[in-house]
Design a protein around this ligand. Structure first.
Ligand SMILES: [Fe+2]
Ligand SMILES: [Fe+2]
Length: 403
């Protein structure tokens, strides 16, 4: 059985089944699934700088078993053979990965300080948003790829980072200037700040919320707005996004039931980015949706989003966003690694087959626009996604994702 653990928990005797991170892709372990017998392999994994990986507990030790056996993750090898040199990772992804961790820590600290009753450190928020915006403007895919994969306990913090990044990217598509993109990004970064006032047990409940709990959660826009209103340094537009990101175009949103154009531009953007990131993220009670499934579902909802803005969002990410899995006419599967701006129905894929043991074979890069007769997408993720989604962080991005 596959299980996601922290890389630092890896010990000898575990069966390594891949890293759960975009940064694995040029890593020496990426194509291997193997029983960790060699201390140098263990040391190399610990030194990878990658946060999480998968183990197969049917083929090797589980975490609990390792602890019972007295295995210590940090165990030093006694006579380790010389280490293989670490290969160079894709610089854009390395930067994005480092930024992901920094931004997560900054957001975590911000939520902790708010819970302790402290004033928001606006300078810090602005500098985090600056970094996120610069990253998105330089290489739009990189940061969005690395923030899509979140563990359940990272959700609250990385969701803020993801919505910030999506807002900046959407702002660019909408033709906003850099200042406006950064403003939208700050709005996205602070949109759920009110969740700092919602009890942890409710926010991270591993199941469906009761009606009563849901009522409490729905207070977060107003709680956030109230908190931000105490600080004269917080711009009005950021408070507005915080208060109105759950409004719907047809007036059926909350807290004020604003409708249509009365909802501000940034709040309409936030509504789309917020829902997309929530759908595609893994939570304690659900798997993350395939990105293309999320786009398709959101497109079918009427009255929720500003239609023109949603189309701009699709233009930003594609009909099949990077990371989506598709079924091809040939029977093979495809993992979307790049968009073709000229035709969003024909992305560039890493094509593959997999067997019952989830071993991938027959991989090739296929540009559906350059070679339209080579194959055709016949279905989106769906069932396919549920079966093979964990592979996206194991084997499917073995080619660098162009940003
Ligand atoms: Fe929210
Ligand atoms: Fe949110």
């Amino acid at each position: 059985m596959l299980k996601k653990i922290k890389v630092e928990e890896l010990v000898l005797g575990m069966y390594f089944a891949g890293f759960d991170d975009a940064a694995w892709m040029n890593h020496p372990f990426w194509k291997n699934k193997f029983l960790i017998k060699n201390p140098s392999e263990l040391k190399q994994a610990h030194a990878s700088g990658i946060a999480h990986c998968w183990i197969d507990t049917a083929k090797g030790k589980d975490v609990q078993q390792a602890q019972e056996d007295g295995e210590v993750a940090e165990e030093e090898p006694q006579a380790a053979p010389p280490e293989a040199p670490m290969p160079q990772l894709d610089p854009a992804l390395m930067d994005a990965q480092a930024l992901r961790e920094n931004a997560k820590k900054a957001t975590q600290a911000m939520f902790a300080e708010i819970r302790m009753g402290k004033v928001l450190d606006m300078d810090r928020c602005v500098s985090v948003v600056e970094e996120i915006a610069s990253s998105v403007m330089q290489s739009p895919n990189a940061l969005m790829s690395v923030v899509r994969l979140k563990l359940a306990d990272e959700y609250t913090y990385l969701h803020s980072v993801a919505v910030c990044a999506l807002m900046v990217a959407l702002g660019r598509t909408l033709g906003m200037d850099e200042t406006a993109c950064r403003e939208a990004g700050l709005g996205g970064f602070l949109h759920d700040i009110g969740k700092a006032f919602i009890p942890h047990e409710i926010l991270n409940k591993p199941g469906k919320l009761t009606e009563e709990e849901f009522t409490i959660v729905r207070k977060h826009p107003e709680l956030g707005y109230k908190y931000l209103s105490q600080d004269p340094n917080v711009p009005d537009y950021a408070r507005d996004v915080c208060l109105h990101h759950h409004e719907k175009i047809d007036g059926n949103g909350y807290p004020e039931g604003q409708r249509g154009g009365t909802i501000s531009l940034y709040a309409r953007m936030a509504a789309i980015c917020d829902v997309y990131d929530a759908l595609t993220s893994e939570r304690p009670y659900k798997r993350g949706w395939d990105p293309a499934e999320a786009i398709s579902a959101m497109a079918s909802w009427t009255g929720h989003f500003d239609r023109a803005m949603f189309l701009a969002f699709v233009k930003t990410l594609g009909i099949y966003p990077v990371g989506s899995i598709v079924k091809l006419e040939s029977g093979r599967s495809g993992f979307v690694i790049r968009q073709n701006a000229k035709d969003l129905t024909r992305p560039v894929l890493k094509v593959f087959r997999y067997n019952d043991s989830m071993e991938v074979s027959d991989t090739e890069i296929l540009d559906l626009l350059a070679t339209p007769d080579a194959d055709t997408i016949v279905a989106r993720g769906g069932e396919e996604w549920a079966r093979v989604s964990h592979l996206d962080s194991l084997q499917l991005l073995s080619t660098r994702t162009p940003s």
